[in-house]
Design a protein around this ligand. Structure first.
Ligand SMILES: [Zn+2]
Length: 436
């Protein structure tokens, strides 16, 4: 990557070397010229611009960058731009990639950028608890630091530590910090204190959502929870802390999603987790993609049985699973089918290089984009005039594709199984938030 011109480039050049050890490129290289802003004299394959709420992406013409204190549009353009560079670099090697010469996306309403955009007030009050300070959480926090209007309190809850396995998927984190393996919650709190000490009070809790609530007095309230975790179980735990409202962001391969939840009316976060889990446990799709019979898939999942050598042989013979998963299949002997399935269904983007087996490439822009979605919904939730723009109740965006109007509705669990049907929990929720 060569940074050619512009006032910010010396700093960017310095930053790049700190993100991870760089080694000289071997083999064939390709140059992608990205032009940010309306510099008509520069040649490029990709042109990026931004408004207050949206990103503009073009393969043909320079795009303008609005002079605004709302960072959502610029963060959108940056993450979408990274996805476009990824698509250009791996052109022809990505399954399911979709291209368009020009598109825009507004995070105000998840449509194309409109004629006018509402301004942000000078001061936006927040009192939120962020559960999960991993890749999505870091993307969110980076955006929070870039939003000078946000004032208030942020509590960060996470029990994990950073490490050097994959540090560049965490915005904010550099290589030397990753080597120290700090606790995610404590380190994130320090970044808020470092960059926004006069407007945000950050607290950190190193532990799970359940442990966090256990540490609070019984009459605690969580006015707004931000869910940035990566498993259905962790989402269930967050819902069971009974926040007044939850904004949730998640990723699934190269798909990013944001959703909003109350409790008792409409789908709660646990309803969503159950729905996703039930879909994943549906024997039909798993059978179709692995080559096992639906009856055998059903049996393996229902009884939580271990896969036998015969199961592995069947999967190999049918050869429906991509090569990169088949090569590690033997290590799943005696393991549950879902351990293997989760690898196949929820991995990073597989890239086919020449005739060799696919390799998996980290797509850091997906979790960064999910963090921006979370920040956009936090701002809309926190400003009364912007509340009509809150998503109802979910938006999904495939980062290897183009914006496709991915707003859709989850429904409340109709079987009565979910937490939000528990009269005990509903009574506590009512006491906490609705008694006034
Ligand atoms: Zn529910």
């Amino acid at each position: 990557m060569t940074l050619l011109s512009g006032p910010f480039l010396p700093e960017l050049r310095l930053l790049l070397g700190k993100l991870r050890p760089l080694s000289p490129m071997v083999g064939s290289s390709q140059t992608v010229n990205v032009v940010v802003g309306q510099d008509v004299d520069v040649q490029g394959q990709l042109f990026l611009g931004a408004t207050a709420w949206g990103g503009l992406v073009s393969q043909t013409d320079p795009q303008s960058v609005s002079n605004t204190m709302n960072p959502i549009g610029a963060l959108t353009a940056g993450t979408l731009g990274a996805s476009e560079v990824f698509k250009l670099v791996f052109s022809g090697k990505l399954r399911g990639a979709v291209n368009a010469l020009n598109y825009t996306l507004s995070l105000l309403d998840y449509q194309e950028i409109g004629e006018s955009e509402p301004a942000l007030p000078d001061c936006i009050d927040v009192d939120a608890t962020l559960f999960g300070s991993g890749s999505i959480g870091c993307g969110f926090l980076l955006g929070t630091i870039f939003t000078p209007q946000l004032h208030g309190a942020l509590t960060i809850v996470d029990n994990g530590r950073f490490d050097t396995k994959n540090p560049y998927k965490y915005a904010l984190l550099d290589w030397s910090t990753a080597q120290l393996e700090p606790y995610k919650a404590a380190w994130s709190q320090q970044q808020i204190q470092r960059y926004a000490p006069d407007r945000l009070t950050a607290r950190a809790f190193v532990g799970t959502a359940e442990a966090y609530v256990a540490s609070l007095p019984h009459n605690y309230t969580i006015p707004l929870a931000l869910s940035a975790v990566d498993t259905p179980d962790a989402r269930l735990e967050i819902q069971d802390t009974l926040p007044q409202r939850i904004l949730n962001a998640g990723i699934d391969g190269t798909l990013a999603q944001v959703s909003t939840h109350g409790f008792g009316k409409g789908p709660c976060l646990a309803c969503l987790s159950m729905q996703v889990a039930l879909e994943a446990w549906n024997a039909g799709p798993i059978a179709a993609r692995t080559g096992l019979s639906p009856a055998r898939v059903h049996q393996l999942i229902q009884r939580n049985e271990a896969m036998t050598q015969q199961d592995l042989d069947t999967i190999k013979e049918r050869h429906l699973v991509p090569e990169e998963y088949l090569s590690s299949l033997d290590s799943f002997l005696g393991q549950p089918l879902l351990s293997f399935w989760n690898r196949v269904a929820y991995s990073e983007a597989p890239i086919q290089v020449g005739g060799s087996p696919s390799v998996l490439v980290t797509t850091a822009f997906v979790s960064a984009f999910a963090g921006v979605l979370l920040l956009a919904e936090l701002i809309k939730q926190s400003v009364p005039e912007l509340q009509p723009y809150r998503v109802s109740n979910s938006y999904q965006h495939q980062l290897l594709g183009i914006p496709a109007g991915g707003v859709f509705q989850y429904t409340q669990d109709a079987r009565g199984w979910c937490l939000c049907h528990s009269t005990y929990r509903l009574a506590i929720y009512h006491e906490k938030y609705l008694t006034l």
